[in-house]
Design a protein around this ligand. Structure first.
Ligand code: ADP
Ligand code: MG
Length: 353
């Protein structure tokens, strides 16, 4: 089978690695000729993501299309869906591309986000703050990632920080003092939905720092899995879906979702009997899904540009082959198996800033 991936970043690269286990021929489309996928895929089509002629060129050469990147434009996606084999369809990507649409869709299908308001101008902002109170967080509704396009507001003094965003559409959310963040990754085919063991996620400056698997208690894990499966079923989504949650006092709050492999699922490569990438590969190649199981307690550490100086000699290192290292840029990750959060803090934390 020939598989086309829109986007050539690290998520596409690890998907291509999994597809290669099944002898698939993989073509990725990315504007950067030296993207991570270059080192694993059979071919790269160098193109902007929304160039319809090049997307068509990709689609014409493969049997099945997927994406590793969320901001494929709606027009291009509709065109691909109508004319080619895009087994995830357009719905999950469309629902995830706008934070307000995403949260309204979550409510409609049985999940609960924290309190939020749509913000178009200063009046909306002040009204929202009077309803929600401080602390709260303003986010642009589109194109946000790794904490970009977000401002945490703790008092009136922080209001000017939002002014550069007003005029565009935004969302104001209650800033939840959660107990922890967790995520669930699911894959659904025509027969079943499988879920990976939920992970405990620790963020630093809005970017995922650590994923800890085998940490959450059974009751919360079960609740996260059951709610997520019911949501995916109710939405009628197929393929892969990652859902981020906040957990507080045993309650779970929907934060956001992504219908692609997820950073918090890197741990599954060594930590589970099957990885999120291989499960998605099986979905794309129409092979039966495999029930994911945790093999051992596992910690995944994201390695950003600033961490690269002190390379850790332990764990499983995944290099993303990025040519340029910048602070806060994801350059690779390291996975420590048979490792609890306490073990990580004692033995490995010292290798990173
Ligand atoms: P993105 O991952 O697209 O940048 P998120 O909405 O997931 O956007 O925000 C990034 C991180 O910022 C979250 O993982 C969480 O750590 C923090 N955060 C975002 N929204 C809230 C909130 N309402 N309450 C508390 N923390 C939040
Ligand atoms: Mg997030």
């Amino acid at each position: 089978m020939r598989v086309g991936i829109i986007g050539g970043g690290q998520l596409g690269m690890m998907l291509a690695e999994a597809l290669k286990k099944y002898a698939a021929y993989v073509i990725a489309l990315d504007p950067n000729p030296l993207c991570s996928c270059k080192y694993v895929c059979d071919e790269i089509i160098v193109s902007e993501y929304n160039d319809l002629a090049n997307l068509k060129k990709l689609a014409d050469r493969v049997d099945v299309i997927t994406y590793e990147f969320e901001n494929v434009n709606a027009k291009a996606l509709i065109y691909l869906n109508e004319n080619y084999n895009l087994p995830q369809g357009i719905r999950p990507l469309f629902d995830s591309q706008n934070r307000i649409r995403e949260k309204e869709n979550a409510i409609k299908n049985g999940l609960s986000p924290v309190e939020f308001y749509k913000i178009l101008n200063e009046d909306d902002l002040l009204k929202g703050i009077s309803e929600i109170g401080y602390p709260c967080v303003y986010k642009t509704t589109t194109l946000g990632y790794d904490g970009h396009g977000q401002v945490v507001l703790r008092s009136d003094k922080d209001l000017p920080l939002v002014s550069k965003y007003l005029g565009g559409e935004g969302i104001l959310e209650k800033y939840l003092k959660y107990d922890y963040e967790a995520s669930v990754i699911l894959v659904r085919d025509n027969k079943e939905i499988v879920a990976f063991p939920p992970s405990y996620n620790i963020h630093k400056d809005g970017i995922l720092d650590l994923t800890v698997a085998g940490f959450l208690d059974d009751l919360i894990s079960e609740k996260l899995i059951n709610k997520s499966k019911a949501f995916m079923n109710s939405c009628n989504y197929y393929g892969i879906l990652a859902i981020e949650y906040f957990v507080k006092d045993g309650e779970i709050y929907f934060n956001e979702m992504a219908p692609r492999p997820h950073n918090s699922g890197h741990y599954t490569i060594e930590g589970c009997n099957i990885s999120q990438y291989e499960e998605l590969a099986r979905f794309l190649l129409k092979l039966p899904l495999i029930e994911p199981k945790l093999v051992s307690k596992t910690v995944m550490k994201n390695v950003l540009g600033e961490d690269l100086e002190n390379k850790c000699p332990f764990g499983f290192w995944h290099d993303y082959y990025k040519k340029e290292s910048r602070p806060k840029r994801k350059m690779g990750h390291i996975t420590f198996t048979n490792t609890s959060l306490d073990d990580y803090n004692q033995k490995y934390k010292k290798y990173f800033i």
